[in-house]
Design a protein around this ligand. Structure first.
Ligand SMILES: Cc1ncc(COP(=O)(O)O)c(C=O)c1O
Length: 390
């Protein structure tokens, strides 16, 4: 049996996979079992932002794996302490809770928001408002929070107390926000929803609304954070700061890790015994996270992400001018979406045949989330392939 046959026979059938099995990766490139090389414009869905097998991250993981992998959170470990400090120093936050994935980081944020008001004697303040078309994960709480019906199908009864309003609609949020709401949770740029950025005015009005009503504002930066949008966190572009932020995906450059960051005030909701995770913040994962964060948060690195994002968007807009099938080009930094009439899935397959990995959302939007080390020559090659395919 080959890899594909074994996977299809023994792994749950939750994923629709492409026909290839990859065996190695380096920088922008992935190699399959037959030795065919692909240029990766997806980075494992916005995860391998420093490129595949970045030598310094590999070295950090290798060193840590030979020293200490896991001891549990009953004890202190230096990599966890160092990553927490670095995240706090580079963000609005004062405290970090470590998890293993995006969904778990969001679970922590949801639990913190409820517990925060419970501790204040306001246990009736438990509702959480999220946005339609949002995506927050696949656990029961996070799929309830997610504003897309298709991922909820067959999992009822869902959790109580979640309410969705249309994204970028301040009136809808204003109407929904009463004194039973503990938190508003949203992505600054909706990723899985089709690469849809928040309007700057909307986001600052959301902040004011939360301030006025004492509601916690949670930004899910699992896809948009860690330099993806050209600043370390996407909310920096907007100049709007949340009370709680979640990270995962690129935080470990491929090593599974999630984190929930909170202000001192909000974090007060998590006292001893209120939440936990066996694997959250292991020495191995946090060593990878610290190295990744150090490299990505370098200002010169972030400046080049912005510059290449601008260049890529301009090239895609150029395509749009030539191809009426393209309805819109949008996004921030190197998280870009190209909306087409339909047939995004076919276009993705055809790109794959030409040696490029891109991704389709809802058969309408091509998502580009390349490693942040992408070069203009890679962009030019992809754009020329798209040009011929369109
Ligand atoms: C914005 C956002 N939140 C949460 C998640 C869930 O992360 P994970 O798949 O690591 O649980 C994702 C994954 O795509 C995401 O894009």
């Amino acid at each position: 049996m080959d890899t594909r046959e074994k996977t299809d026979a023994f792994v749950c059938k939750t994923y629709v996979r492409h026909g290839k099995a990859f065996v190695s990766g380096k920088g922008m490139y992935l190699t399959d079992e037959e030795g065919q090389v692909y240029t990766d414009f997806l980075a494992g869905i916005a995860v391998c932002s420093l490129g595949h097998c970045h030598p310094e991250v590999t070295e950090a993981v290798r060193n840590q794996a030979g020293r200490l992998v896991h001891v549990s959170n009953l004890f202190y470990t230096q990599p966890q302490a160092d990553l927490a400090r670095a995240l706090v120093e580079k963000s609005f936050a004062h405290r970090v809770f470590f998890a293993n994935s995006g969904a778990e980081a969001n679970e922590a944020a949801i639990k913190l928001a409820r517990r925060y008001f419970y501790d204040k004697g306001q246990s009736n303040r438990f509702r959480i408002i999220t946005m339609t078309q949002s995506f927050h994960g696949r656990t029961m709480a996070t799929l309830t929070a997610t504003g897309q019906d298709k991922i909820k199908q067959g999992f009822s009864p869902l959790l109580d107390g979640f309410y969705h309003v249309p994204f970028n609609d301040i009136d809808a949020l204003t109407k929904a926000l009463d004194d039973s709401v503990c938190a508003v949770m949203m992505e600054p740029v909706q990723g899985e929803g089709g690469v849809i950025p928040a309007d700057p005015e909307y986001l600052s009005r959301v902040r004011s609304l939360c301030d006025r009503t004492g509601t916690l504002l949670i930004f899910d930066e699992i896809q948009t954070g860690m330099g993806r949008c050209g600043t370390l966190f996407a909310h920096e572009i907007y100049g709007v700061t949340p009370d709680i932020m979640t990270l995962a995906k690129a935080l470990g450059n491929g090593v599974p890790i999630g984190a929930m960051l909170a202000t001192e005030d909000a974090a007060a909701g998590f006292g001893p015994g209120s939440h936990g995770s066996t694997f959250g913040g292991t020495p191995l994962a946090t060593a990878a996270g610290l190295k990744t964060l150090t490299l990505i948060s370098d200002l010169r690195f972030l400046a080049q992400v912005k510059e290449k994002g601008r260049y890529f968007k301009k090239q895609l807009k150029g395509l749009q001018a030539r191809h009426p099938r393209i309805k819109d080009v949008r996004g921030k930094g190197l998280l870009l979406g190209m909306e087409i009439d339909d047939g995004a899935g076919v276009l993705v397959e055809n790109c794959f045949k030409k040696g490029f990995i891109v991704n389709a959302i809802q058969d309408k939007v091509i998502r580009f989330a390349p490693p942040l080390i992408v070069e203009t020559k890679d962009i030019d090659r992809l754009v020329s392939v798209l040009d011929s395919l369109l």
